[in-house]
Design a protein around this ligand. Structure first.
Ligand code: AMP
Length: 508
């Protein structure tokens, strides 16, 4: 069997670059690619010493640090399954993951040790080790004592490399099984599509418990043997300081709006930049335009999800269109279908289906769910509503489950949000469906006002929309709030808004 261990591909690409800098932190730490090879080998050795075997899961809930990245690469090298967890998860959530994934090792922050140990004992997890925000802890100490060489395990391309629990807003989180081949296919496609070149330096401010920061960002940079300016988190001042040393930056939309809110942000700090990419949540066309005006750069928006990696991307060369996520990446097939599974015409809205070597293997221990989410001919149902134009560019219109059906008519929140965001005084908006005794659901808008427009009135917003859209789409109620609830990836948590306004139209 030819090994398809994804680390093997990275290692191949590092030949001739081992003395180059791989990671540089604001604290002044530097790691070369030779050190990345050595450190990841130590972690792989340690996992073997602990008795972990190929396919065993390693659950990791830590802050971002170079050691955390090496611990991930060690898992790949040893043929183990890496299971990253958001540091924000609390005990009940962690217990579910331990019960569901049955890891052989849990790595947690020292502050969480007592709580995680108690859960691990209950769930019969053999080992618990710690790693703190500076990359120290019992895991790091034990790895120090291990040899810095390791022969990367031979694994088939179809073997699971990572399980990532999806941030589903309903039901229990599902573990998406991502294979070594999935990782390689997507990383190679993005590396090529985004024109990675010698001398590229990545400014990395994303978390690494999610595909965006771990796969899209780190994998591309490592395949290119590029230097990564590794920030512990997104901090506007730190990003502004590091930008002049970088050529590539990857962000979620909120990173861009926060940069634009800085008066000193402009073309000067971006003078060496080659590429800004954006994803994980929709980028407002006004942010796209404002960014271009201020910096001269056109943000490249792309679209993907945990289960599929990246599916579409605006082009490196060629028009990057605001409000679209570009055409499918090479090797990825997309369809837009109606409720009966038939393809809709270009310009019509339907559910987006995808197929390709980037698409995951299935949900961990949920075979029925896996079958449900794939069509008979192997397309994955993304749950995203989309439309495609005549040039193959895809626009994401909303989540299928966000679709509002009011009086039997379909309303796409994204469309209404587009009109709201253009109104004077509106900074951003979220449109939700709320149970209504007559209509089934009613449209409700939650807005954030632009500074100086906090006195924005519900009646004015409704009056401004009425001439623009059909009356069934006009929100029945409008609320102005200081900010929209968002998760760490910048996604608006509409489920929280829906819960808050659940009883709004209830009959007394
Ligand atoms: P996750 O699995 O947490 O990465 O979430 C994936 C979901 O984020 C997708 O199914 C989309 O709903 C949304 N998403 C990702 N990128 C974009 C984008 N560029 N525009 C709009 N929605 C996006």
């Amino acid at each position: 069997m030819k090994s398809e261990n994804f680390y093997g591909l990275i290692s191949e690409r590092l030949k001739g670059h081992l003395d180059d800098i791989c990671l540089e932190t604001p604290a002044g730490e530097h790691y070369s690619y030779a050190q990345l090879e050595a450190e990841s080998a130590r972690y792989a050795q340690l996992y073997m010493q602990l008795g972990l075997q190929s396919g065993d899961r390693v659950a990791v809930q830590t802050e971002k640090s170079p050691s955390a990245l090496f611990a991930y690469l060690g898992c790949l090298r040893a043929g183990l399954v890496y299971l990253p967890l958001n540091p924000a998860y609390r005990d009940l959530e962690i217990e579910y993951f331990l019960e569901n994934a049955e890891p052989g090792l849990v790595i947690c922050s020292p502050e969480r040790l007592a709580a995680v140990k108690a859960l691990a004992t209950k769930r019969r997890v053999a080992h618990v080790l710690t790693l703190d925000a500076s990359g120290r802890g019992t895991l790091h100490e034990a790895a120090r004592a291990c040899p810095a060489v390791f022969s990367t395990a031979a694994v088939g391309g179809d073997e699971v490399a990572v399980i990532l629990y999806t941030s589903g807003t309903t039901g229990r989180p599902k573990g998406a099984m991502i294979t070594h081949r999935n990782l390689a296919a997507n990383a190679l496609a993005l590396h090529k599509a985004w024109g990675w070149q010698p001398g590229d330096v990545l400014l990395h401010a994303l978390p690494i418990f999610h595909i965006h920061g771990l796969f899209v960002a780190c994998h591309c940079a490592m395949l290119n043997a590029s230097k990564i300016l590794f920030l512990p988190k997104f901090d506007v001042a730190a990003v502004m300081r590091a930008l002049p040393q970088a050529t590539v930056f990857m962000g979620v939309p909120t990173y861009y709006t926060r940069l634009l809110a800085e008066p000193a942000f402009g073309s000067d700090v971006c003078r060496n930049m080659r590429l800004f990419t954006c994803g994980s949540a929709p980028l407002l066309p006004q942010t796209f335009r404002e960014f271009h005006e201020r910096t001269g750069h056109t943000i490249l928006e792309r679209y993907g999800m945990t289960e599929t990696g990246m599916n579409t991307s605006n082009p490196l060369d060629g028009p990057r269109l605001p409000g679209t996520v570009g055409p499918p990446l090479p090797g990825v097939a997309v369809r837009v279908v109606d409720a009966t599974g038939n393809d809709v015409a270009n310009g019509e809205v339907g559910e987006l289906l995808v197929k390709g070597p980037n698409v995951f293997k299935g949900y961990w221990r949920m075979p029925e769910k896996t079958v449900e989410e794939f069509t008979g001919n192997g397309f994955f149902r993304t749950g995203d509503l989309a439309r495609r134009d005549d040039n193959g560019y895809v626009s994401i219109v909303g989540r299928a489950k966000d679709l509002i059906i009011s009086g039997g008519l379909n309303i796409y929140p994204k469309e209404i949000e587009g009109y709201l965001d253009k109104l004077e005084g509106v900074k951003e908006s979220a449109v939700i469906g709320v149970p209504h005794p007559d209509f089934g659901e009613a449209v409700v808008a939650v807005l954030v006002a632009r500074p100086g427009n906090e006195d924005l009135r519900e009646s004015d917003v409704i009056a401004a929309l009425k001439p623009l859209i059909a009356s069934f789409k006009v929100p029945k109620r409008v609320f102005v709030v200081p900010e929209l609830p968002r998760n760490t990836m910048g996604k608006v948590q509409k489920n929280l808004l829906r819960e808050k306004h659940l009883g709004l139209f209830a009959k007394p």
